[in-house]
Design a protein around this ligand. Structure first.
Ligand code: DGJ
Length: 717
């Protein structure tokens, strides 16, 4: 049950989700102020918070942290969420409430809209709050509308600001990285001052990801209060976390980085992306499970689907693709148990390397003399779906498209057009460019019966100019992203069976905005199993395994030179949506047989990985085993994955205490038949059998024995 309640005399609003409450009020100046974000409160209790006396402040302090959308103006000295410049040069915004609405956008969901305008100018600001009956996540966004007759400049327009209750200390969790080492989890004391997490690259980025988790420094994987939030946005973004000397903490976040500003002409409206927030008890593990459940329930377009095992040709062939080679790989992939065959880069135009051909999206007649249809038909005949790599937002200067439309790329007239990976970025903010992309994509998918697209994007923006719109060139940063979304949305409408993987040179575009219109994401180009454990650990802090594509590739690994046994590689990829990316023409019969067995094993447990609840039992580290566990929602089954990198003699070999099991039940090991008491598994743990030596791994599938034992716990059997 989620509810929105109002105490008109106190001006207090209370939003309640199944386990949490969020309260705010309009203060005497008309500004929306934060009151509470934490465990469930009654409306009376929320009013009690509102009447608590504020500490005295000196004439140097200004307004404390705690506005719902801090503005640039008055005595606000923190990072503004809303920073506007009116045509007369005024920069401050002053709140004047104009009304509110409570909506029911869908059964089980409720939305509060608080409406304001500037006290003098007709700039309207609507704060939106949406809650769902099946989640503690609160979605917030802001709509700005210029009803005046002069233009307004939005220098900053965040989606929302979030305030934490007072605590003695704060800690910040987030991820950083770079290409091929994305989503490295960082957990550090929140410094005093402002901590900026951002992407200035036009994409979500490999370097940071738009979510934060804060705790009081005392949360663990399984205990403690955690406040977190994630932006649903796939372009540049900025989240500023603030810790003030008076001991408060909060953060504001939204699209865009410093520098570009958005013009808002008379009659124009700007809607920010959603900034979703979650308060959770039960530590970081519970917070992750809540985010996973929310993504499945409210974000993904086809959450109930089981994602197929895919094969992808990239690491096997690079750009060297042709019909015969692809058919041969497809036959081997099908024999291995793959259900979706994806031909990666190199199938079109003059694309023999990264140097040429991007933009010319017709199959290369030398390599595909009959077009793509013979390959697609063969893949379908083999019983697999057919997927294709595309990179619609890019062009190589050495392409027919660029020779015809040199003005279609992001550029400034008198500036270098910096190439990265020999490519330039097409200006998707231009309607004609987006229409061109939509046109060839929908024809390609429709004409060939393509089931899956891997939508790639392999470089960051540079010289992000739009000469035709010199007066409003900064719009490119947001309109570009909206048009990418629009093209994907229209493709999905045209081809309801089409499924899409979001990729940007690996994990450059992993975010809730992209996830709301795609089916899975490619977290990293780094497929080294050991490195991948850390990447997957960071990815899964917020995003569910159901979206996390994971390939088994060849050794020595192309990036690290490391050789890891096939079984270990499979068990690492089993923690997500399993794929195979090795050169199957070089796999021995023994490897193919072992691989087929491990694919079959994955298919027996993937419903648990993709739809169960994740418990991180031990984080990846140098020596001791890392382990994750997946539990069916009804507790009927569980899967334990264990990865032991390099054991050190004499270091403890810990028993893994399982989580989420029905304590009264017993569970049978599907492989060995051994029956375990859930109480023993929970309290005393299990030590899965691992072969001696480096790179040992295990997958233990436990199924509840029916009927459960009456009257509580039981001894192991
Ligand atoms: C980057 C992707 O992340 C890779 O998987 C592959 O598709 C290449 N691009 C192809 O150019």
């Amino acid at each position: 049950m989620s509810v929105i309640a109002f105490a008109p005399d106190a001006g207090v609003w209370l939003l309640s989700t199944p386990r949490t409450s969020y309260a705010l009020r309009i203060d005497a100046t008309g500004a929306p102020c934060h009151l509470a974000w934490g465990p469930l409160l009654t409306l009376d209790e929320a009013q009690e918070v509102a009447t608590a006396p504020a500490p005295p402040v000196s004439s140097f302090e200004g307004r404390p942290v705690g506005d719902e959308l801090p503005v640039d103006g008055g005595t606000m000295y923190g990072p503004p969420s809303l920073q506007v410049r009116f045509a007369d040069g005024t920069r401050a915004f002053e709140w004047q409430p104009t009304g509110h609405r409570v909506l029911e956008p869908a059964p089980g969901s409720a939305e509060l809209v608080l409406e304001f305008r500037d006290r003098v100018h007709l700039l309207r600001v609507a704060l939106h709050y949406r809650v769902h009956g099946d989640s503690d996540v609160i979605e917030r966004w802001t709509v700005l509308r210029n009803d005046g007759d002069a233009p307004v400049t939005l220098q900053r327009a965040d989606s929302a600001a979030w305030t934490l209750p007072f605590r003695d200390g704060y800690r910040l969790s987030h991820v950083t990285g770079q290409w091929s080492s994305e989503t490295q989890l960082r957990r550090e004391t929140l410094p005093f001052g402002e901590t900026v997490l951002t992407s200035r690259r036009g994409i979500t980025s490999h370097h940071a990801n738009p979510w934060v988790m804060l705790d009081a420094g005392d949360a663990t994987e399984s205990h403690g209060q955690v406040w977190s939030a994630a932006l649903a946005w796939s372009g540049s973004w900025r989240i500023t976390v603030q810790r003030t000397p008076d001991g408060r903490a909060g953060f504001t976040g939204g699209a865009g980085h410093e520098g570009p500003s958005l013009p808002l002409g008379p009659g124009e409206e700007y809607t920010t992306p959603v900034h979703a927030g979650l308060y959770c008890e039960g530590g970081f593990g519970a917070a992750s499970r809540e985010w996973h459940a929310y993504t499945l329930a409210q974000v993904l377009p086809h959450p109930r689907e089981i994602r197929p095992v895919l094969y992808n040709s990239w690491e096997a062939t690079g750009f060297d693709v042709d019909e015969a080679g692809q058919k041969a790989l497809a036959a081997r992939a099908a024999a291995l148990g793959a259900e979706l065959y994806v031909m990666d880069d190199g199938w079109f135009g003059a694309r023999r390397s990264a140097e040429a051909g991007l933009g010319d999206w017709t199959p290369d007649p030398d390599r595909f003399p009959g077009g793509l249809s013979p390959l697609v038909e063969e893949v379908h005949r083999l019983g697999m779906r057919f997927g294709l790599w595309v990179e619609p937002e890019m062009v190589n200067p050495d392409s027919d498209l660029y020779r015809e439309h040199p003005d279609w790329v992001l550029h400034f007239p008198d500036r270098t057009r910096t190439e990265l990976r020999s490519q330039l970025v097409l200006n998707f903010a231009r309607r004609d460019v987006a229409e061109w992309a939509y046109g060839w994509l929908t024809r390609l998918v429709g004409d060939h019966g393509i089931d899956f697209l891997k939508w790639d994007m392999n470089r960051a923006f540079s010289e992000a100019g739009w000469p035709d719109r010199a007066d409003r060139a900064d719009e490119v940063w947001t309109t570009y992203v909206h048009h990418v979304y629009d093209v994907i949305d229209r493709l999905r409408v045209d081809h309801p069976r089409l499924r899409i993987e979001a990729c940007s040179g690996g994990g450059g575009r992993v975010d809730l905005g992209m996830m709301s219109r795609t089916d899975q994401a490619w977290p990293s180009d780094n497929t080294d199993a050991a490195d991948r454990l850390a990447i997957q650990h960071g990815y899964g802090q917020l995003y569910p395994a159901r979206t996390m594509a994971a390939w088994v590739t060849d050794v020595p690994n192309q990036f690290t030179g490391r050789s890891v046994p096939l079984r270990f590689r499979f068990h690492v990829a089993t923690a997500g949506v399993l794929g195979i990316g090795g050169d199957l023409s070089r796999w021995s019969d023994a490897e193919l047989a072992e691989g087929a067995g491990l694919v079959a094993e994955y298919k027996r447990v993937r419903h648990l990985v993709q739809h169960g609840e994740l418990h991180r039992l031990r984080a990846p580290g140098e020596h001791g085993p890392a382990a994750t566990q997946y539990v069916a929602a009804d507790g009927s089954e569980t899967l334990l994955l264990v990865w032991q990198r390099t054991p050190r003699h004499g270091s403890p070999s810990p028993a893994l205490r399982l989580a989420g099991l029905d304590p009264a039940a017993r569970y049978r090991d599907a492989r060995t038949g051994t029956v375990h008491s859930a109480t023993v598994l929970r309290e005393y743990g299990i030590r899965p059998e691992l072969p001696p030596g480096d790179w040992a791994s295990a997958a233990v599938h436990l199924i509840r024995v029916v009927p459960p034992i009456e009257g509580g716990g039981a001894a192991g059997g």
